[in-house]
Design a protein around this ligand. Sequence first.
Ligand code: DX5
Ligand code: ZN
Length: 215
Amino acid sequence: MPHLVAPSLLSADFADLKSAVQLVDQSPAPWLHLDVMDGVFVPNISFGLPVIKAIRPHTRKVFDVHLMIVAPEKFIDAFSDAGADRLTVHYEACTHLHRTVQAIRAAGMKPGVAINPHTPVAALADIITDIDLVCVMSVNPGFGGQKFIPHTYRKLAELRALREERGSSALIEVDGGVGLENARELAGSGADVLVAGNSVFNAVDPAQAIRALGA
Ligand code: DX5
Ligand code: ZN
């Protein structure tokens, strides 16, 4: 399968979100990646439910919501109501991950699980058949524009092997430090979805950057 590009709104101009959403809407990127941060799970606060709800009418692209929050199970129905299509929670934030994943699916969204750079792929062995996406964090979550962590490539190989061994069809998403310099190699290493914030919204021509990342 050719890889998808999911531009991350985190690096857009927050004073002009409508334009950023429209830019993605008119691009070939099928997903819009939305990073929700609570200042507890990660040392930063981004945006939340009201913003997602406000931008929802401006595009039909898939809303790929990445929750970097503690106790995400409290907000599953709220994110569904706000317009999330896919909801990804952190392995490190969920004591009852299996229950949370089932609840996300029951709410009509596709569940995903994100793993921080220090979390081994093996931790997903007993959840990978229950989810639609694994998000491999290739930076420590919390900020856009950070440097890509190279051990991600090894994790991608391990994840492909685990997916095969368990008979899972979960998509593999790479999030953090993705740009033109590594997009092709990541896709060749098995990434199905490339999240890109800084390399899209801080590019001279963001629409062209999206096209180039997908090539
Ligand atoms: C980081 C977020 C990412 C972020 C990626 O915590 O999860 O989605 O927007 O930003 P870049 O592409 O700038 O590394
Ligand atoms: Zn993200």
